[in-house]
Design a protein around this ligand. Structure first.
Ligand SMILES: [Zn+2]
Length: 455
């Protein structure tokens, strides 16, 4: 089949979109401003608000009219926390509190080894009144546990706190949430580096008593935040939502997670505004807030727009150099994605078109509401991803060419979704959605996370 056949009338438009993504690219400079002037953009923080102002300003420079859709969520503010070893010698560890760890009076307790932190592990450990040290290394034949599950097990066993050893070497802390529901964590939980965690593990293995003091000034509090939205009205009210989460963890600059999606979406907005502002379907570009704290912005968006005809949602989270498309379990989108795949001959789309749904980014609330989701697949180099949720997520990891590639490819994806009038509108009922999730083996994890909204 000759390339581009399916797109006879839009061929030259596709070419101009790809051309503009490479020649006029504006995402790289925008991301530099966001990374350096605002920095890490934790939801509810002044850095996040400044970032929203920078992004709005840059969008307006390209003729777009961004607006904020505000909402309140159960927030979390990082304070001055400390994990200090007192015995056998004094040391302040490089530790970061997990989200929703709530302020408590400083306390001292002995450390105890609790292996992976399963119920059986706590049954065979005397953790009452102590601080549990837990490994996150995968263990053969045993299911890995969510950190929220370990925290619950520790609290049930009467432990005072949980310290998680990062499973990656390199003096890194893996930030994360204590849960996704917004509840104050039942006991304080921290992530330790591999290196310092292993030191503690060795001490306990040799039965050397380890005494610690823990101070938590981080706290839970309601915060106001916003999604940033740009709408390109179409001839019909059916809507294509193209989104990326705007917030990031606070430790680094959030340039990879999710500065990449944020910047690519910015360039898609610029490209569509200049080359195809009017389409068959409405295109809504949405920078979601609070993904890292529990997909809050996407959840709020779906709630606030629940009566609209959202045709398809596209999500970009840490999107790299495009290497294929994911129909996310929506067979009716496969032909379009296959046409795109066949019409983009200069890209290394080595993964082709797959249809394999997954959860835990901003597309999840759309999926749960029965809305079809599609995604670009992308490649990032090892060194770009290994520091995510960490101090090392900084702008100097960003590859300009990857941004251009992704902006061009996803701009065309959005354009095609919005202009193929014959694409059916499908919205699954809650019953259909539940059985579809079960079919795709996504129900168990959602249940463990407390996010199964059916039954
Ligand atoms: Zn992310």
């Amino acid at each position: 089949m000759a390339a581009g056949n399916a797109f006879a009338q839009s061929d030259s438009l596709h070419q101009r979109m790809i051309g503009s993504a490479f020649l006029d690219n504006a995402s790289y400079d925008m991301l530099m401003r966001l990374s350096d002037e605002a920095g890490g953009r934790w939801i509810g923080s002044p850095q996040n608000e400044l970032g929203l102002r920078i992004l709005s300003e840059e969008l307006r420079r390209h003729g777009l009219e961004p607006r904020l859709e505000r909402f309140m969520v159960p927030g979390w503010v990082r304070g001055d926390d400390e994990v200090r070893m007192l015995e056998p010698s004094e040391r302040v560890f490089r530790a970061v509190a997990l989200g929703y760890t709530d302020r408590t009076a400083p306390f001292e307790a002995n450390l105890v080894w609790a292996n992976r932190g399963s119920v059986e592990d706590f049954d065979t450990t005397d953790a009452g009144g102590r601080i549990a040290l837990v490994t996150q290394e995968r263990q053969q034949g045993r299911e890995s546990l969510l950190r929220s599950e370990v925290i619950r097990h520790a609290a049930d066993a009467g432990a005072r706190a949980v310290l998680f050893i990062n499973n990656k070497k390199g003096q890194m802390n893996l930030a994360g949430m204590g849960n996704f529901q917004g509840d104050p964590a039942s006991v304080p939980a921290f992530s330790l580096t591999w290196e310092e965690g292993k030191r503690l593990q060795r001490l306990l293995e040799r039965s050397v008593p380890v005494r610690m003091r823990i101070t938590v000034n981080s706290h839970c509090t309601p915060v106001e935040s916003a999604n940033l939205v740009c709408t390109l009205p179409g001839k019909t009210k059916e809507k294509i939502v193209v989104g990326a989460h705007f917030d990031s963890w606070d430790l680094g600059q959030g340039s990879i997670d999710n500065g990449l999606g944020t910047a690519i979406l910015f360039d898609i907005a610029r490209i569509l505004q200049s080359l195809s502002p009017e389409n068959h379907r409405t295109i809504e570009l949405v920078w979601f807030n609070g993904e890292e704290m529990g997909l809050w912005g996407a959840r709020k968006y779906v709630e606030m727009h629940r009566d609209e005809k959202i045709h398809t949602a596209v999500n970009m989270d840490m999107t790299g150099s495009p290497n294929g498309f994911n129909a996310m379990g929506n067979e009716h989108l496969v032909p379009l994605l296959t046409d795109l795949y066949e019409g983009m001959r200069g890209f290394n789309l080595t993964r082709g078109v797959i249809s394999h749904p997954w959860t835990n980014s901003d597309h999840q609330p759309f999926m749960l509401a029965g809305i079809p989701v599609a995604m670009p697949l992308g490649h990032l180099d090892e060194h770009m991803v290994k520091t995510y949720h960490d101090f090392g997520d900084t702008f100097d990891l960003v590859n300009k060419k990857y941004l251009s590639e992704a902006a061009g490819v996803v701009a065309i994806l959005a354009y095609e979704l919005a202009n193929r009038a014959d694409l059916p509108y499908i919205r699954r009922t809650p019953e259909q959605t539940a059985s579809w999730l079960i079919e795709n083996k996504l129900d168990q994890r959602l249940k463990r996370q407390g996010e199964w909204v059916f039954d």
